[in-house]
Design a protein around this ligand. Structure first.
Ligand code: NAI
Ligand code: MG
Length: 370
């Protein structure tokens, strides 16, 4: 069966690194059809929609999606850059990647952070962490208020602690809700344990803050303890998110699979990424049972756009994750090996690694090793 893969380069260096991905995919010669989709700032400005309906249709017809990066800007700036005929029509900018996660229920954000030998940017050479970040709820669910409507204040007044805010005016208060569901907690924790089981990992660390954020973090921890019982061969560790930031700097080599909610996962996974080379090496898989979007975690880096200067490794590792997800294990393994060899030999390095090679030269060298 020929795979249908939606290719969404997006903005800026999203295009540069997608060119690199194509070099490697051509070499792998996967039985796949690559379908280009429009996404990003250009389509916000021209059409008032950064994720046009035709792209959503394309995604629905595809097996999975390879995503580059997009530019996003604050509300006021976004409004100003709209085409004149679209201004003041009530349109408001939203992040297409967040929209895709919600639209397709991509509740797992998996970010592998592994130090490849010979990478001069490694913090240590023995790090092999995989972060599972809940991707659809928590503080990023988007349930926010400013000014806070009267009904919301009235509803919240059932909580005794709201008395502390009784003299604050509605417009002087902003509320962002941290919503956890039992199902949401269960499925992200289960994804982490299933991964640990499949890849023979010994520990899963659940990262929350239940001593202070009692209800949401508490729910996550209780559900995690229940699920952990089903995996007697895997040890579950519980760590508060603040302490985790310290432990990851002190002893990152001790950790294996990490699982946490949306905001904490966003922060912790960036920390982990920097331990193994930073944005040029950080890839992510956004997954549900039936669909997935693979991306480098960096943004569109406008100052390097179109120069083929940035490191394609994060994107190539995203391709590796895609191959794994499609079940093309041999190609995935070979691609990771090729990337590791190029890093180790150090003959082709982009600027961030102290080299002068271009994005495409690095990709070509990876292809040569395949
Ligand atoms: P960024 O990730 O685009 O770039 C920050 C800096 O990191 C760059 O200037 C560059 O020095 C370095 N960098 C990034 N990717 C690199 C690579 N592959 N190789 C070598 N160096 C690399 O983040 P920034 O500047 O904060 O955001 C730029 C735009 O990207 C903004 O509009 C932002 O909203 C958007 N963004 C989009 C994301 C996405 O598409 N998932 C994620 C993060 C930011
Ligand atoms: Mg982030």
């Amino acid at each position: 069966m020929t795979y249908k893969i939606a290719v969404l380069p997006g903005d800026g260096i999203g295009n540069d690194v997608m060119d690199a991905a194509k070099i490697v995919l051509d070499k792998i010669n996967l039985d796949a059809e690559y379908l280009h989709g429009d996404v990003g700032w250009e389509f916000w400005c021209k059409e008032g929609n950064p994720l046009p309906e035709r792209t959503i249709t394309l995604l629905k017809e595809s097996d999975c999606c390879l995503f580059g990066a997009i530019t996003s800007k604050p509300k006021e700036e976004a409004a100003k850059e709209l085409a004149p005929h679209l201004r003041d029509t009530g349109l408001s900018y939203y992040s297409p990647i967040v929209a895709m996660r919600q639209l397709f229920g991509l509740y797992v954000n998996m970010r592998p952070c592994k130090s490849y030998q010979g990478n001069p940017l490694n913090y240590r050479d023995d790090i092999d962490i995989v972060v599972f970040r809940e991707n659809t709820e928590g503080l990023y669910a988007g349930v926010e208020f400013h000014p806070v409507p009267d009904q919301v204040r009235t509803a919240l007044s059932v909580h005794a602690k709201m008395a502390a805010f009784k003299d604050v005016a509605n417009e002087d208060m902003a509320i962002s809700c941290r919503i956890f569901t039992r199902k949401g907690c269960q499925r992200i924790v289960r994804a982490a344990f299933e991964y640990a089981k499949k890849f023979n990992r010994k520990t899963v660390t659940v990262i929350e803050k239940p001593n202070v954020i009692r209800e949401t973090s508490g729910l996550m921890i209780r559900e995690a303890r229940n699920i952990a019982r089903e995996y007697p061969d895997i040890e579950m560790w519980e760590t508060n998110v603040d302490a985790m930031a310290m432990w990851l700097i002190k002893n990152p080599q001790d950790y294996s699979v990490l699982v946490t909610s949306n905001l904490f996962g966003d922060i912790i996974s960036d920390l982990c990424a920097q331990l193994v080379g930073g944005l040029g090496f950080a890839s992510a898989a956004n997954m549900s049972e039936s669909f997935a979007v693979f991306e480098p975690t960096h943004g569109s880096a406008p100052k390097y756009a179109g120069q083929h200067k940035v490191n394609p490794t994060a994107m190539l590792l995203a391709v590796k994750l895609m191959l794994d997800w499609l079940g093309e294990k041999e190609d995935a393994r070979a691609l990771e090996q090729a990337i590791a060899t190029v890093v180790k030999e150090g003959r082709f390095r982009t600027y961030d690694m102290g080299g002068t090679s271009s994005t495409l030269e690095v990709a070509q060298e990876v292809a040569n090793k395949l």
